[in-house]
Design a protein around this ligand. Structure first.
Ligand code: HEM
Length: 416
């Protein structure tokens, strides 16, 4: 891809060295509704970078629809949209009934039911990692942990989690040549055009999901798959096979990479701010608050996309019906109109109404309470065990403008 400035946020090179905070700051100040060109066959998109504008877009789902397009930059024809639609690409009453199917399982109260399991899992993960002085923090600590929790919720055997991790990497990391089987820009990817992320890994996830469905249909299991196959959505329309497989795939991918990267970014921020680490070691009761700053500062999801359903003006720009409108959560999280000194990592920041999980729209992250609990327990368990932690190599980043991901970062730890 070219590095022509027209392609600024479409160009993965812009994200090569990490989040382009300065680019976001310049856009917020000078061009808050910017047209980003894209290479054909894509048509370009509007980039919304200010916090309050992002909130406006998220809350006005009639004008800025999820259903009229996809959640990311890919442009699909009707056949592809119909084959790939999940609740993330659904609006209105159908979206609400799909979301309601799982909503009760993800409330702060419901996820507390996994607390004991999570504390045990975190301790085991850390025991294994901290048995070595030097290790890759992503591989040994962040990578497997979130998916093991989801595996438990979905009721899949522990032995299958490595497979789930592999599928997630291949799909969500599909713009990174190291992770993907088929780059979505390649000719070969056309064979997979009806699959999410144009990834053959999605077929494996579907097969796996349908096997679980067959096992659990008509039984009274308590896991998420049983609930999905045995509950009629509140609008009375049963889940089609496409609804089921898309829902299952969404549950597998949505909370896996995102939480992993959130944990990695949090650790990195603490390494860069050792005085904050000491503060949290001395006052562990601050950790749940600190997690909000971890999430704001790390911003593991760069953007989501909506599609305009009518012509609309924003900051003097004419957004046309059918245009892609991209909300850059990562940029909103550094908006000085909302966050004082936004580039400062301040775990005592209060209030801290970040938009890492969206902010207030109908698609606000379903798993946010679970993610918050996972990150809190991870740092409540890890921090008392370490005296010193340092990076001993490069932070290796995912090649993506969608997920702000870290593939590897080597650390050396001194235990207390
Ligand atoms: C730190 C970790 C996470 C981050 C940063 C994150 C971020 C997001 C974002 C930005 C959205 C879209 C919000 C919007 O468009 O308004 C979203 C939606 C969603 N997330 Fe998360 N997420 C995380 C963890 C999880 C977990 C653990 C789950 C559990 C399965 C999960 C499940 C979902 C689902 C199902 C949706 C779609 C909701 C809908 O369409 O109504 N996420 N997430």
């Amino acid at each position: 891809m070219t590095t022509h400035p027209e392609f600024l946020l479409a160009d993965l090179d812009t994200f090569e060295a990490g989040p382009p905070w300065q680019v976001f700051a310049d856009l917020r100040a000078n061009d808050p509704v910017r047209w980003d060109a894209e290479e054909a066959p894509n048509h370009g998109f509007w980039s919304i970078t200010r916090y309050h504008d992002i909130v406006k877009v998220l809350r006005d789902s009639e004008t800025f629809s999820s259903e009229a397009g996809t959640a990311n930059l890919e442009e699909l024809d009707q056949e592809q949209m119909d084959a790939r639609r999940s609740m993330l690409e659904t609006d209105g009453p159908r979206h609400r009934s799909l979301r309601r199917l799982m909503q009760d399982n993800f409330t702060p109260k419901a996820v507390l039911g996994y607390e004991t399991f999570l504390r045990g899992l975190t301790a085991t993960t850390l025991d294994a990692a901290l048995a070595h002085e030097s290790f890759d923090f992503v591989k040994e600590v962040s990578a497997d942990f979130p998916i093991r929790v989801l595996a438990r919720m979905l009721g899949v055997p522990d032995g299958d989690t490595a497979q789930l991790i592999n599928w997630g990497n291949r799909m969500v990391g599909n713009t990174d040549p190291e992770h993907t089987d088929v780059l979505p820009t390649s000719e070969e990817s056309e064979k997979y055009r009806l699959l999410p992320f144009k990834s053959p890994a999605a077929l494996e996830v579907f097969d796996y999901g349908f096997k679980l469905k067959a096992e659990r249909e008509g039984k009274n299991g308590m896991d998420l798959v049983s609930k999905l196959v045995n509950t009629l959505p509140s609008d009375g329309v049963p889940l089609s096979d496409v609804d089921f497989r898309s829902y299952f795939l969404l549950l597998v991918v949505a909370g896996n990479e995102t939480t992993r990267h959130a944990i990695s970014h949090s650790m990195n921020a603490l390494i860069d701010n050792p005085e904050t680490m000491v503060l949290l070691q001395q006052k562990p009761e601050l950790i749940p608050w600190a997690v909000e700053e971890f999430l704001r500062f790390g911003s593991p999801v760069y953007h989501f996309r909506r599609t305009a359903t009518k012509d609309v003006e924003m900051h003097g720009k004419s957004i046309k019906k059918g245009d892609k409108v991209v909300v850059w959560f990562a940029s909103g999280n550094r908006d000085s109109d909302v966050f004082a000194d936004p580039d400062r990592f301040d775990v005592t920041r209060n209030p801290n109404e970040h938009m890492t999980f969206g902010r207030g729209g109908p698609h606000m992250c379903l798993g946010n309470a679970l993610a918050r609990m996972e990150i809190t327990i991870m740092f409540e368990t890890l921090l008392p065990r370490i005296k010193k932690i340092e990076r001993v190599g490069e932070v290796d980043r995912l090649r993506s403008n969608f997920v702000n991901g870290i593939k590897r970062f080597p650390v050396k730890v001194t235990l207390v």
